[in-house]
Design a protein around this ligand. Structure first.
Ligand code: AHR
Length: 533
């Protein structure tokens, strides 16, 4: 055969065959696990409430101070003391709500110390015993959530505070009438009443919130729901403030008893008390105290943590079943307002600051949990990952003027289309990923229709070693192609560091339909979100 000028002579046929085999073996899709997946667009389910993508920001370590608040005199670019880089990054996540000021901190927080020009230094006994300067208080929190476009989820102090203190805080925040507290708010720079959309009635009252029995908590909680009122005229008919009671912290009998007590009382609640949500806290920790490393681990720890995180499914089911007994209409939401991976503190850090790195394992952990919440969207209508910045499974890490976004951040960004989308049933045989004696479903997936009718599909390939080839069949819709983003990483413990911020970043992915089916090729340990056209 005549060689074409400027090109190498054509390969003999046998060599071509060998080359093809070698290319195939080198491809990340060699030996890909084939999975048939079908989406039924003709059977829409519950709305995936955008509040499932809520955040939690406690006065803990560098979560608020340094993470959000640097003060107006800082050399770090800021708007009224709040970091511009952090605000810009969070805006891209369309954060629906931010739970504040705690956590355990909330039950020792006295709001009056955090308003006005005189802010006394107090202590933060829960978290390292450090000074709490109170420079970030009500005005600054409201400014922050306004800057990122989120709604307020304020947790009031039911542990060491009084109903009167909490009632006055809400009056200060929400009254339009010229009461002394409303005038004080105006003098502090905000004449118009604020909106408070969600009210937390204590935090972990069975533990750091006061070690209460369920019966004792119930009687306290009823008093708070009666007297802690929202006066904002715009929140009387529509956008009423939703009240969230403390709920369980696990699946053991003491937690099922807690849920039983609150929900049984709710069944017979009267005009003078009401709740709209029951909080649940569940961290992926394997065992206390948290000992798993957040970086510098291998496949065994990857599998152990993911096995543990999947227990969220049983936990949600267990407490939803109790709630169904007393509230079959599902009026009370299950609010998973603290969840995420909780690992050993980073070496050299203050253990009370709960600082940890965030790896590709956390990206997979986040998608698996978000998918569980989406599948239970009829009951689980709010969830808040712990915590937003510099604490536990964070979206963002900062170090003075430096900022980096984590693999978990990218999962939240990729899931934005699922906010307020309508759940669609997905059927698939997940197969099994095995590591030692641990067996996990190899893949996971959800689908939903957004408000414009566009169909979105998320598929997680849990297996860190084998690619997956997903053959997507659709009922009730004709697909020609799909396009979106996929997030994977070189290793299970790959992280984004300040000096290497782009190790784990999403990349574009697309697929064409063949014979009415979409073929998606997913890399090992990946999270993928595509829009189906
Ligand atoms: O998120 C850290 C702590 O974990 C919270 O303050 C508390 O509610 C939980 O135990």
């Amino acid at each position: 055969m005549k060689a074409i000028r400027g090109r190498r002579p054509a390969m003999p046929l046998m060599d071509v065959g060998l080359a093809l085999i070698l290319v195939a073996l080198a491809s990340p899709f060699a030996g890909a696990q084939k999975v048939e997946l079908s989406v039924d667009a003709s059977k829409p389910g519950a709305k995936i409430d955008r509040n499932l993508f809520g955040q939690f920001a406690e006065h803990l370590g560098h979560g608020i101070y340094e993470g959000v608040w640097v003060g107006p005199d800082s050399t770090i670019p800021n708007t009224r003391g709040i970091r511009n880089d952090v605000v810009a990054a969070l805006k891209a996540l369309k954060v629906p709500n931010v739970r504040w000021p705690g956590g355990c901190f909330a039950d020792e927080y006295h709001w009056r110390k955090g308003v006005g020009s005189q802010r006394p230094a107090t202590l933060n006994p829960n978290w390292g015993g450090v000074i709490e300067p109170n420079t970030f208080g009500t005005t600054e929190y409201m400014d922050f959530i306004d800057q990122i476009g989120a709604q307020a989820y304020v947790s009031v102090n039911l542990g060491s505070g009084t109903p009167q203190e909490a009632a006055e805080w809400l009056e200060y925040l929400t009254t339009a009438q010229p009461t002394a507290l409303a005038k004080e708010r105006a003098a502090n720079g905000h004449p118009a009443p604020y909106k408070v959309n969600y009210l937390g009635l204590g935090n972990e009252s069975w533990d750091c919130g006061g070690n209460m029995t369920p019966e004792y908590y119930l009687s306290q909680m009823k008093i708070y729901t009666r007297f802690v009122r929202n006066y904002n005229p715009e929140q009387q008919e529509k956008q009423q403030m939703l009240k969230i009671a403390v709920g369980p912290g696990g699946g053991e009998p003491r937690w099922t008893e807690w849920t039983e007590t609150i929900m049984k009382a709710y069944q017979h609640h009267t005009w003078s008390w009401d709740i709209n949500g029951l909080s649940m806290h569940s961290y992926t920790v394997v065992k206390w105290p948290p000992a798993y490393k957040s970086v510098g681990f291998g496949e065994t720890e990857y599998a152990q943590i993911l096995k543990s995180t999947l227990e969220m499914e049983d936990l949600v089911t267990k407490h939803s079943t109790i709630m169904d007994k007393y509230d079959p209409q599902k009026a009370v939401a299950l609010v998973v307002d603290e969840w995420g991976g909780w690992y050993a503190p980073l070496p050299g850090s203050n253990p009370g600051f709960l600082m940890q790195q965030n790896s590709q394992r956390d990206a997979i952990l986040a998608s698996l949990n978000l998918n569980i919440f989406a599948r239970h969207a009829d009951r689980v209508r709010m969830a808040n990952i712990a915590q937003m910045i510099n604490v536990l499974q964070a979206m963002i890490l900062t170090d003075k003027e430096k900022m980096v976004v984590t693999p978990t951040y990218y999962v939240y960004k990729m899931y934005v289309p699922f906010q307020d989308a309508t759940f669609l049933p997905v059927a698939f045989d997940a197969g099994t990923y095995t590591q030692g004696d641990i067996k996990l479903p190899r893949v996971d997936a959800i689908a939903a229709n957004d408000k414009t009718g566009k169909l979105w599909l998320e598929v997680t390939n849990v297996d860190p070693n084998r690619a997956a080839e997903i053959e997507v069949g659709l009922t009730g819709v004709v697909a020609t192609s799909a396009a979106g983003e996929t997030l994977t990483a070189p290793k299970v413990d790959s992280v984004n560091a300040f000096d290497a911020p782009h190790t784990v970043v999403p990349r574009p992915i697309s697929a064409k339909a063949q014979g009415g089916k979409l073929i998606l090729k997913l890399e090992p340990k990946s999270v993928t979100v595509v829009a189906v056209e």
